[in-house]
Design a protein around this ligand. Structure first.
Ligand code: SF4
Ligand code: SF4
Length: 370
């Protein structure tokens, strides 16, 4: 509906225009919440009002028909209100328990033709919520891996933990398809990050025509890019030289200059980081650390990646104390023991030996070393 004072429909409306009535009425007055069962939360307000939330897994890219069905469900049970979470879950809110049960059962009963859940209820508490992820091969220009593909394969592998809460604490998984990390990989219990392992190629024919060469030089954080002149087609042309020893394969120069493509079938793949978190509950927030330096891209089902993630989850589930996040567990037992228990190979690629603030070479400055 048009809002008073707006002269265009561009940009999001004010957030509270979309609050369900019970949320609006009790804004700032919520006392506590409980997780009644996987995927179902109950918030209780000072005056006794309750809000039951049913959370279902979604996808980051959705078809129109899927979105229409979500809206129909919201119309039927929730007065037309629903919300998307940062992890691509969808939450439906109702005000009484009977309505919550009817809604939950309806959501669980909706299946695709093959029999899989359309709107799986879950993703709360000490389980695995939906994955935050980035764009991948379809949408972005610097990915070292896909996003939707490995995310779907990983979520299928850990699906039982989306629908249950048997783990010691929440396990948040994220995927970023390059080290720009548009996803929350640096602060997730398990972070999957696409990495390049080869320097960009230089297309001398186009470098001077497609790029502002000084911009490509300025884009490189390790000063590996410099201007040069080369022979091409019998004439001297302005181009770019890459000092390969300095390159950390970040792809930043390609962002500035399409004549420096970095994607490579053999070089690209996925690193696994673990132990990060945003929450300050019990222990301080933490950054994730690299524990697997490289896994090749194996579309369509990424078997090595999914097996490794599942294995880390199982070792954590079997060994951590209740309420202990993955990183807190690894720190308590010591990272040496983490590698012993998981059987992951410890290699020099995993050592963060940053020393030189002047970025003398990338070998002293990053965890991604190939
Ligand atoms: Fe693009 Fe990198 Fe972001 Fe993926 S993580 S969407 S490749 S910038
Ligand atoms: Fe520099 Fe990154 Fe390009 Fe390598 S990939 S040359 S480090 S900007």
């Amino acid at each position: 509906k048009p809002m008073e004072g707006r002269i265009t429909d561009i940009g999001p409306h004010k957030y509270d225009d979309y609050f369900p009535p019970v949320i609006k009425k009790n804004f700032g007055k919520w006392l506590y919440h409980e997780i009644l069962e996987p995927g179902v939360l109950m918030h209780v307000a000072e005056g006794g009002d309750k809000c039951y939330t049913v959370r279902v897994g979604g996808t980051r890219t959705m078809s129109i028909t899927h979105i229409r069905e979500l809206c129909d469900i919201a119309d039927k049970y929730c007065g037309g209100y629903l919300r998307w979470t940062t992890r691509n879950n969808i939450e439906f809110m109702v005000e009484d328990e009977a309505a919550m049960k009817a809604l939950r059962d309806d959501l669980n009963s909706r299946k695709f033709n093959g029999g899989s859940f359309k709107f799986p209820v879950g993703g709360t508490g000490a389980g695995i919520s939906n994955m935050v992820h980035t764009q991948g091969w379809v949408h972005c220009h610097t990915p070292a891996t896909d996003a939707s593909g490995p995310v779907k394969a990983v979520m299928d592998t850990v699906f039982e933990d989306f629908k249950s809460m048997r783990l010691p604490a929440p396990v948040r998984i994220a995927l970023a398809c390059c080290i720009n990390m548009c996803g929350a990989v640096h602060c997730s219990d398990i972070g999957l990050v696409g990495i390049h392992r080869k320097p960009p190629m230089v297309d001398h024919e186009w470098a001077d025509q497609l790029c502002e060469i000084p911009l490509a030089v300025a884009a490189c954080p390790t000063a590996a890019v410099r201007p040069t002149k080369v022979e091409h087609d019998g004439k001297k042309v302005n181009s770019i030289a890459i000092k390969e020893d300095r390159c950390m394969y970040c792809g930043n120069c390609y962002t500035m200059c399409p004549a420096l493509p970095i994607s490579d079938g053999e070089g690209d793949g996925i690193a696994i980081m673990v132990g990060g978190k945003v929450s300050n509950r019990i222990t301080m927030p933490k950054f994730s650390k690299v524990v697997v330096g490289y896994i090749p891209n194996e579309p369509p089902r990424w078997p090595t990646l999914t097996k490794t993630v599942k294995h880390i989850v199982e070792v954590y589930a079997a060994n951590a104390n209740k309420y202990e996040r993955l990183g807190a567990w690894a720190e308590r037992i010591g990272w040496e023991t983490f590698f012993k228990l998981t059987g992951l190979e410890f290699t020099h690629h995993l050592i963060d030996d940053f020393r030189d603030p002047a970025y003398y070479t990338w070998r002293q400055s990053t965890q991604f070393k190939f």
